[in-house]
Design a protein around this ligand. Structure first.
Ligand code: ADP
Ligand code: DP6
Ligand code: CO
Length: 325
């Protein structure tokens, strides 16, 4: 009853921001992402008859508190689905991605956990079923089941049975690059879960965010299928800015940006003025991802590395979905 799985993080080009059901993790809007080959989690799950509670080790450290609660509540769902409420698990997970810094560790983390735990407990699931299960650990994680471009369909049913990810284009469809610009690897003060909840409940900008999604989604899907880089980049950057604008209007207001975040945004916009196509997107954290085409590799790297406050630039290509080791 032991299995190991590997899952990559993904970067949302159309963001998931806001839940209509917090317990089942049902989103207010569809989202669309690109799975990245540069950041991933490997997780080993072992269910054992002799354990009286779950144990969760993250990066070789035994975890307790809310991070542990989140994992054990998720394992409860797996146990229920498998009809094995009696067995507990020993979980060992390694993040090859900064944890809780806006690099989607919850996406690779829960996708790897879901895949490893389902396999270890003997739960037979299709990919859509695995995505649906994974969604209940962390919303963005349901997209990491697949490689390449992936859409999470919000669904309409109250039980969540039509809310899961769907592959849009495989990783080999388009050789895009995503530079992850690290300015801070420290854990954010407001986790994604808390930030989106506050926004839904208090931001007067939130309804406008939701209204705008269908247009962005239709246009970006067309751009992806036509490999129209300007179109995809423009929509992704605008969608990111709209998401972050909702947080400024929340009560109390907040922002995930640091001053260096804004310096990077400015540098990317300056690159475009000088004729280099590049676009940014930012998740719930201060770090920035820059989208570009392979021929711009050198200028992008050089420009980003020179910005004061930038610690590291890690380049990803489109990555693959969940795999078993
Ligand atoms: P991020 O931007 O890294 O996704 P979130 O606020 O969405 O940040 O989620 C961070 C939380 O995800 C952590 O506090 C932890 O509870 C959970 N997490 C991160 N990595 C793992 C992992 N490998 N296995 C299980 N849970 C994880
Ligand atoms: C800004 O999936 O981390 O990265 O479902 O509460 O675990 P929970 O939140 P999470 O939220 C991700 C928010 C985002 C946008 C995105 O990835 O789509
Ligand atoms: Co997350």
């Amino acid at each position: 009853m032991k299995a190991t799985a590997k899952a990559h993080t993904n970067i949302a080009l159309i963001k998931y921001w806001g839940k209509r059901d917090e317990s089942l993790i049902l989103p207010m809007n569809n989202s669309l992402s690109l799975t990245l080959d540069g950041f991933y989690t490997t997780t080993t799950a072992e269910f054992r008859e002799d354990l009286t509670a779950d144990r969760f080790h993250l990066n070789d450290r035994l975890v307790d508190g809310t991070e542990y609660q989140r994992v054990t509540a998720f394992l409860d769902r797996i146990r229920r689905a498998a009809g094995r409420p009696d067995v507990f698990a020993d979980i060992h997970s390694t993040n090859h991605v900064p944890t809780a810094a806006g690099f989607a560790s919850s996406a690779s983390g829960f996708a790897a956990l879901a895949a490893a735990a389902a396999k270890a407990i003997g739960l037979q699931v299709t990919d859509p079923e695995l995505s649906m299960l994974t969604r209940q650990g962390s919303g963005s994680a349901c997209r990491s089941i697949y490689g390449g471009f992936v859409e999470w369909e919000k669904g309409t049913k109250a039980d969540g049975s039509d809310s899961y990810a769907v592959p849009i284009a495989p990783k080999d469809h388009w050789d895009l690059r995503v530079a992850a610009v690290v300015l801070s690897s420290s854990e954010k003060k407001i986790l994604s879960r808390e930030g989106m909840k506050r926004t839904v409940e208090t931001s007067p900008f939130y309804p406008a965010w939701v209204d705008n999604i269908p247009d962005d989604l239709a246009a970006i899907k067309q751009g992806i299928s036509q490999k129209d880089f300007e179109k995809v980049g423009e929509i992704a950057e605008a969608n990111c800015l709209r998401m972050h604008a909702t947080t400024l209007a929340a009560s109390p207001p907040f922002s995930y940006w640091h001053s260096t975040t804004m310096a990077i945004m400015q540098a990317v916009q300056d690159l475009r003025v000088s004729g280099v196509p590049a676009f940014f997107t930012i998740d719930a954290g201060p770090n920035v991802k820059v989208l570009y085409l392979p021929e711009q590799e050198k200028i992008i790297r050089n420009t980003l590395q020179e910005i004061p406050g930038v610690h590291d630039v890690t380049v990803s290509r489109p990555g693959e979905g969940v795999s078993y080791i």
